[in-house]
Ligand binder design. Structure first.
Ligand code: MRU
Length: 378
């Protein structure tokens, strides 16, 4: 329509709208932005999630009608990715309270908090629901329930708005013609929508830049090949899938312009916990003089931790390593370690892109400053 995009987004019921100047009409109008597949949605029937264990070959949606099914969905990786887990946690609390009275609130929060330990967004979201619940003390149960449901939907809407803002800040760091390497899935599926690392890539493409992506397959759970490659191919963004052990080869060959990844928890000194293998990518990037960017919302910051060594790293089932979709790929009885995340020391991180701006070294100061800024309006 010959429209010029203005940098203002609004998210309503999970759908992003953008103010654009319509040159033909000569007016500023709200335009519905293209939405990726819905990762998670609050519906009258329950919390609906796309089953990420079945992607990319099957598009199956699961409906969680109680908090226990939401907790199981998080544990079983039906939904995964730090901000998406946060949204699920908030919706889990809300749906739990629809069939419980106030005395059950603490137990519901505790169950959801026991699902996965590393992504701080889960605890951030549950704490937000707890703060609201406390503020509503003395209100009728119907009011408490309605407010918790509304808050959970707001957590999702704000996350999408944050991803869009991260995208705008991050796009400026991506050169036209760049080849971006990413690890794991920090896309629409890992968030309320749009994505953090993939949000940066999407925003660069929307800004008219030519961007290619190299996606690490991300052993052992294959979030890169199953989810990132799927999202990007769906979007028509040129994507090359590589196995994790190829990253150094392509960096040395001068084929990678920069790395952009997401995060599960960022300590106050800028150490970053993210999907296992991120540390190796960061070290390789530094060795090859390639910028290494982390894209994450403020809800991923854990400023209570002085450094990344204090982050609780989840260990997952050995079968994720020894089997592929139920088929053994290792001898029975072999010892296995399966940490789901690693910590990249801040010295390898070129910048941390948030919805409130871009933090650079020294991170103790820059992250604290961004955390103190007012939230981005959704
Ligand atoms: O085990 P997962 O799939 O939940 O791990 C996800 C990641 O490590 C992502 O990179 C991170 O959560 C950022 S998502 C925007």
């Amino acid at each position: 329509m010959g429209a010029l995009a203005l940098p203002v987004d609004h998210v309503l019921d999970g759908t992003a709208f953008q103010l654009q100047f319509d040159r033909v009409a000569g007016a500023i109008v709200w335009v519905k932005l293209k939405t990726m597949v819905e990762t998670i949605e609050w519906t009258a029937d329950g919390v609906v999630m796309i089953d990420q264990t079945r992607l990319p070959h099957e598009r199956v949606f699961v409906t969680c009608r109680d908090y226990e099914s939401v907790a199981k969905a998080i544990e079983d990786m039906v939904i995964r990715g730090a901000p998406a887990i946060g949204v699920a946690g908030a919706m889990g609390v809300a749906i739990g309270m629809l069939s419980s009275d106030e005395t059950r609130f603490g137990a519901i929060c505790d169950r959801l908090a026991r699902t996965r330990p590393t992504a701080v967004n889960l605890f951030w979201a549950i704490d937000r629901m707890k703060a609201l619940f406390a503020a509503l003390e003395g209100q009728p149960l119907a009011v408490v329930r309605a407010r918790l449901v509304a808050e959970a939907q707001l957590v999702k809407d704000e996350d999408i708005a944050s991803c869009r803002a991260i995208g705008r800040y991050g796009a400026a760091l991506i050169p036209d013609g760049a080849t971006v390497l990413t690890h794991c899935n920090a896309g629409a599926l890992a968030t309320g929508g749009y994505g953090t690392a993939l949000g940066v890539i999407r925003a660069a493409v929307e800004a008219g830049k030519k961007v290619r992506v190299f996606a690490d397959e991300t052993r052992p759970y294959l979030q890169g090949s199953r989810l990132t490659a799927w999202e990007l191919v769906e979007d028509g963004i040129e994507t090359t899938l590589i196995t994790d052990n190829m990253a150094g080869h392509f960096m040395k060959a001068g084929r990678i312009s920069c790395v952009v990844v997401g995060a599960d928890r960022i300590a106050s000194n800028g150490d970053v916990a993210n999907k296992i293998g991120t540390y190796s990518v960061a070290v390789l990037a530094k060795e090859n003089g390639i910028p290494f960017y982390v894209a994450a919302p403020i809800s991923t910051l854990d400023l209570t931790l002085a450094h990344g060594g204090l982050i609780h790293i989840e260990n997952r089932a050995s079968t994720e390593v020894t089997e592929f979709r139920g088929h053994p790929v290792a001898p029975a009885g072999v010892k296995v370690e399966n940490p789901a995340f690693d910590v990249t020391p801040a010295k390898y991180v070129t910048a941390i892109i948030t919805e409130r701006g871009v933090a650079r070294w020294p991170y103790d100061e820059s992250l604290k400053a961004l955390a103190a800024l007012a939230a981005v309006a959704s």
